[in-house]
Ligand binder design. Structure first.
Ligand SMILES: [Zn+2]
Length: 263
């Protein structure tokens, strides 16, 4: 079990990657069929955990994540939360959970000397609109360029190159490095030479992103220990029961892949 209190007290850097819109079944099938060899070499032996997201689209899911809530197991019993903002006095917090006396995780980590860095992907991290500034405003610094966004077929390469360049600047202090991977968000039909977005093209997008995600993790962890959390913010419907997209409480949207690795 990961002891978040020990991780934060020992000033271990944290990498949080959200694979935007990545369905659990896409990630699991890609893992089982050997399409994501880099991630498979880094994930626990059982592969992705099946979890359920606290939000059905990018904004509420990330607001929950940055408030200390991560996707939960689809069962009544839950493991202790990694971290939590200080609750009202009547609520008991398990000793394994690290409590921040702050309104969100990023402000809480700042109290412990962490620098929070956002490498954006989809437009909720782009600052191109007032709403697109809400999530970046939570961070000490944020970075976004058009080539980090899903219409760019090589978006993950650009994002990972940039994330590694920024991380190098803070070798002497702990960081909370967040990267929102946009490749798995529509449009991704172009990974199969098609204008339509499908389950198959999302899997092709993940297979594309795999090598760059592997490079990100192995480079960061080459000399220092990191806590790495990978998950999707929500899934995406491609016609199941007539539904398209996200922002709906359909199982294909609620079920997400999750992994936490100390490396
Ligand atoms: Zn999203």
């Amino acid at each position: 079990m990961i002891d978040a209190a020990e991780i934060i007290r020992s000033r271990t850097s944290i990498l949080f990657v959200t694979l935007d819109s990545l369905r659990y079944d896409t990630a699991r099938t890609a893992y089982d069929n050997g399409l994501t060899p880099a991630l498979a070499s880094l994930l626990p032996a059982t592969g992705w955990e099946h979890r359920q997201t606290p939000g059905t689209f990018t904004l509420p899911a990330h607001m929950a994540f940055f408030s200390g809530f991560l996707p939960k197991l689809p069962q009544p019993h839950q493991p202790p939360r990694l971290w939590e903002c200080r609750p009202p006095a009547f609520k008991t917090v398990l000793p394994q959970t690290f409590v921040f006396d702050a309104p969100n995780l990023l402000a809480g980590l700042a109290q412990h000397g962490y620098r929070s860095i956002c490498v954006g992907g989809v437009t909720y991290f782009s600052r191109q609109t007032p709403l697109g500034s809400v999530l970046p405003d939570l961070f000490d610094e944020d970075h976004w360029r058009p080539e980090f966004c899903s219409p760019e077929p090589d978006s993950t390469r650009h994002q990972v190159d940039h994330a590694l360049e920024i991380a190098e600047r803070y070798e002497d202090r702990p960081v909370y490095l967040f990267v929102n991977i946009s490749a798995t968000h529509v449009p991704h039909g172009h990974y199969l030479g098609d204008s339509r977005d499908t389950l198959a093209s999302q899997q092709a997008a993940l297979a594309y992103a795999d090598a760059h995600l592997g490079r990100l993790i192995t480079t960061l962890t080459a000399e220092h220990r990191w806590l790495i959390i990978l998950c999707a913010d929500h899934g995406d419907a491609f016609g199941e029961d007539g539904y398209q997209g996200r922002g709906i409480a359909h199982p294909v949207v609620m079920n997400v892949p999750y992994a936490a690795i100390l490396r």
